[in-house]
Design a protein around this ligand. Structure first.
Ligand code: FAD
Length: 181
């Protein structure tokens, strides 16, 4: 359990000035930030095997092909706002196998399926900043469907905020957008 002191926080044997929660969808268990308007989306991927897949050739468009090994790649991803389980479905597998036909040459085998939730907010923008109750407790989350792409830039905004509280992140991603007017 995290304990708050006047100028520090402690967790087990760790003492820190601040804590920044970057916990993805696990935010629903976080009493400081679970009140934000979270609206997760489900995504599924399949891993395929095909003799023409090249280890260093990534394809990124409507669908992506991400080589993970010689002759193996992830194909993704689907998008659902209704089914919010983390269970792979036959429908998504079939949708992605159709997409794979256009991404690889020749026949392929599907060797794995995976599903996960993307941590998104209702307005589909990330959330960066500190609790309105204390500057000791911050959040970096809500990266949604483009988190890999935008994460580094948003992380630099968060680092600036931590180091210099006057340098605020862009309004669109700032937690202040959820403060009561
Ligand atoms: C199927 C799918 C396809 C995607 N495709 C793309 C894409 O093509 N391009 C793109 O840019 N983005 C894509 N994304 C989105 C991207 O993966 C997410 O935006 C990104 O992973 C969010 O990063 P994050 O670090 O905020 O959260 P996460 O990646 O969820 O990481 C949170 C981490 O915190 C850990 N954690 C949680 N609670 C605790 C705790 N109490 N203690 C310790 N650790 C904890 C978790 O184990 C996890 O490792 C995709 C997502 C999915 C599901």
């Amino acid at each position: 359990m995290i304990k708050r002191h006047t100028n520090a926080l402690t967790y087990k044997d760790i003492e820190a000035n601040q804590i920044i929660f970057c916990e993805g969808c696990n935010v629903t268990n976080n009493p400081w930030f679970n009140h934000l308007p979270w609206a997760f989306t489900k995504g599924e991927m399949i891993k395929i095997e095909n003799e023409h897949i090249e280890a260093n050739k990534l394809i990124y468009g409507d669908r992506f092909l991400l080589p993970v090994d010689k002759h193996k790649a992830w194909i993704g991803a689907t998008y659902s706002i209704t089914d919010l389980t983390s269970t792979p479905t036959a429908e998504a597998k079939s949708e992605l196998e159709q997409a794979a036909i256009g991404l690889v040459n020749g026949p392929f085998n599907t060797i794995e399926t995976r599903a996960a939730l993307r941590p998104s907010l209702r307005d589909r923008h990330p959330v960066l900043g500190f609790s309105d109750q204390t500057m000791q407790i911050g959040i970096f989350n809500g990266l949604g469907s483009k988190g890999v792409l935008t994460g580094p830039f948003r992380a630099s905004e968060m680092a600036n905020l931590i180091e210099n509280h006057l340098v605020q992140p862009e309004k669109m991603v700032n937690i202040s957008r959820f403060n009561k007017k």
